[in-house]
Design a protein around this ligand. Sequence first.
Ligand code: MN
Length: 497
Amino acid sequence: MLQKAYKFWFLTGSQDLYGDECLAHVAEHSKIIVEKLNASGKLPYELVWKPTLITDALIRQTFNEANADPDCAGVITWMHTFSPAKSWIAGLREYRKPLLHLHTQFNEEIPYDTIDMDFMNENQSAHGDREYGHIVTRMGIERKVVAGHWSDARVQERIASWMRTAIGLVESRNVRILRVADNMRNVAVTEGDKVEAQIKLGWTVDAYPVNEIAEYVAAVSQADTDALVDEYYNMYDILLDGRDEKEFRRHVAVQAQIELGFERFMVEKDYHAIVTHFGDLGALKQLPGLAIQRLEEKGYGFGAEGDWKTAGMVRVMKLMTAGMKDAKGTSMLEDYTYNLVPGKKGILQAHMLEICPSIAEGRIAIRCLPLSMGDREDPARLVFTSKTGRGIATSLIDLGTRFRLIINDVECIKNEKPMPKLPVATNFWRPMPDFETGVEAWIYAGGAHHTAFTYDLTAEQMGDWAAAMGIEAVFIDKDTTIRSLKRDLMLGQAFYR
Ligand code: MN
């Protein structure tokens, strides 16, 4: 559901000043680079070699072919020799997809014994790429620059990482968010300008009356529901908490029916993210808990209490991490409660129910317990604790005149002790650079209590995503001080108005 067979194009720039033999070498070299990069096993998507670009007309045509090809998610450019940059203006002006400038050269070492002027003329990325970089900067085009030898594992990893950012940019334009009912009354931070989100980020954000979706839930057959409940019982531990086994199973079946009904509705109407609201459940018998957790694990975005911005971000981040080997997971989370004991400070992350099991560590259990919110039956939910290690928590907020994406590096830590009476999934993290600075910075920046969290992307990737979307990114990381953060916020205020 998440990963499409996108490709990236590799465009090599040159000119005809040095003759056909030189151009033959240029083509040969760039073919070898593409071949080796594809063979490296590091790139999540295939790189496609394109013929060397030396004329305005061919450059313009190639960029427009990249625009028009639905399988092309972006272009990587490299100037093997000098390529006069005025030739690139028409193509760059019309190009609309993600752009990476790979600043490399074919040879790793200067061939000291044989180097002559012919070699110098043929292998002059050091100044060809500067000429090209100049025009991209002058034209104000957002792009990624990666420098280093193409065989270097670190360079290959950075190209791979950018490819995931590019997928987030291209796929964001296809994100369609289903709002089941409206935002929770009186809540500010989950609100926002949906028209601006469509203009800036490409998201479609539509609302439906809850009972229109509840009809799809009610239409799910008993047989389909029973089959899914059997699947749950095979996959997860069952914690009855003293309930009657048959009664427990009936509660679980309500969530299975919601999972199937919601997914059928979303597939039929082509939605990839969903929000719910505990205060507007219509004919639904339970607040969707286990059902939403399963949908999130399949790759759907989710935001609670009508929070469509978080739902969109979770969806984008799931698309960016699609197919990643050893992925540790992506979920909506909420800052709930602090531990303020010196040396053990951190934020307990949870929600009423809806944390994605992709972030779970160890066994996952189904529990069915009362929920004070929502005025419905006790909902079944998946309960677990989460993996440890570094991650990023992001919050997309609407400041009235613009969007801001806040990105906080966090360190996820094992819960110090079990919490047997807490009937929800949890994570626990310490925000960078330290607890106090991290939370103070988050509050100065205006960050929400809901976050889109992942272990599998970096602040650099999300910052590049925001920059290419033309929205402000605020980083809170190991280098953040309150003074530096306030300066960043002032600069953002001046620049993004
Ligand atoms: Mn919430």
